[in-house]
Ligand binder design. Structure first.
Ligand code: RIB
Ligand code: NA
Length: 308
């Protein structure tokens, strides 16, 4: 049987403005460029895995607007199984307002729209597909009840990866316990642990806090500085560095990392977690070289052979 990755998560339409810097409160800035594109953390991660060659199924919830329909088409073009991608009546597809600065930094406000309507039932309907996947990949951009349900029904079936993004400060502890790998970036780690100014040098504190919340393996990503991880068997963090040339647009880099991680764990199961992280860092680094979100996610054919 072919191995698959199941993603339970969000679709957003990204409305991106490019500007020299972020505006101050009350300030109006003149931007340089505007683009609209397909995004959403769930979709971005699923698309990354698919472009690396994974067989993927995406359980998601789209609006009854035109964008919902065109998003379905888009997912089909990416060779993603959309048999459990549902159009919700009377709701709009999720939207993300994104500002990207000259240094490639971004800030994002999202409105969940149809992503808030993803239900426990939607997940139960896809039960068999979820349970037969080698990896289950979830984020926090939908309502969290269906995420907990997916993790519950998946228990004992494979590796679950939870990306705690966007950060939520009081998560049902069962979500931590049921995730084999819990991954956040440094700012999300701050919100979820209550620890301020997390850097690589004090990341152990944040990791220990996440362990105490019930997490098993923890990964914290640090953008251009790579990632740290620790496991229940080896609680001392390991730092995996990365190399980033000039960042054009970091939007979606975290998603590229997670989609790649799911891919490597599924299709290169002989690799150590550290090596999976190292390669996922490289996939993420590719994505920051191009503008846009999904437009910047790399295809297998364009990547160096040693990554496969
Ligand atoms: O992680 C990047 C994504 O976050 C964007 O595509 C945007 O939709 C927001 O959800
Ligand atoms: Na990008």
């Amino acid at each position: 049987m072919t191995k698959t990755i199941a993603v339970v998560g969000s679709c957003m339409i990204d409305s991106i403005v490019y500007s020299s810097r972020l505006p101050k409160p009350g300030e109006t800035l003149l931007g340089s460029k505007y683009e609209q594109g397909f995004g959403g953390k769930g979709a971005n991660q699923c698309v990354t895995a698919a472009r690396l060659g994974a067989s993927t199924i995406f359980i998601t919830s789209l609006g009854s607007d035109k964008i919902g329909q065109s998003y379905l088409e888009k997912l089909k073009q990416e060779n993603i199984d959309i048999s459990y991608a549902k159009i919700q009546n009377n709701s709009h597809t999720g939207v993300a307002q994104i500002i990207v600065t000259e240094t490639g930094e971004n800030s994002i406000v999202i409105v969940q729209g149809s992503n808030a309507l993803l239900s426990v039932k939607d997940v139960i309907d896809a039960r068999q597909k979820i349970q037969s996947a080698s990896v289950l990949l979830c984020q926090f951009e939908t309502s969290l009840e269906p995420i907990l349900e997916a993790l519950t029904i998946y228990q004992g079936h494979g590796t679950s990866i939870v990306n705690g993004a966007p950060a939520v400060s009081n998560v049902d502890p069962n979500i931590f316990k049921l995730s084999d790998i819990f991954c956040v970036n440094e700012t999300e780690a701050e919100i979820m642990t209550g620890i301020q100014c997390i850097t690589i040098s004090n990341a152990q504190k944040a990791i220990d806090k996440l362990f105490s919340l019930g997490c098993n393996t923890v990964i914290i990503t640090f953008g251009a500085e790579g990632a740290v991880h620790a496991t229940q068997n080896n609680k001392k963090l390991v730092h995996t560095s990365t190399e980033i040339l000039k960042a054009v647009d970091t939007t979606g880099a975290g998603d590229a990392f997670l989609g790649a991680l799911a891919y490597y764990i599924t299709y290169h199961s002989n690799l150590s977690l550290e090596e999976c992280i190292r390669r996922s860092n490289r996939i993420a680094a590719q994505s920051v070289l191009k503008a846009g979100t999904q437009t910047s996610l790399p295809y297998r054919k364009d990547l160096p052979i040693e990554l496969f």
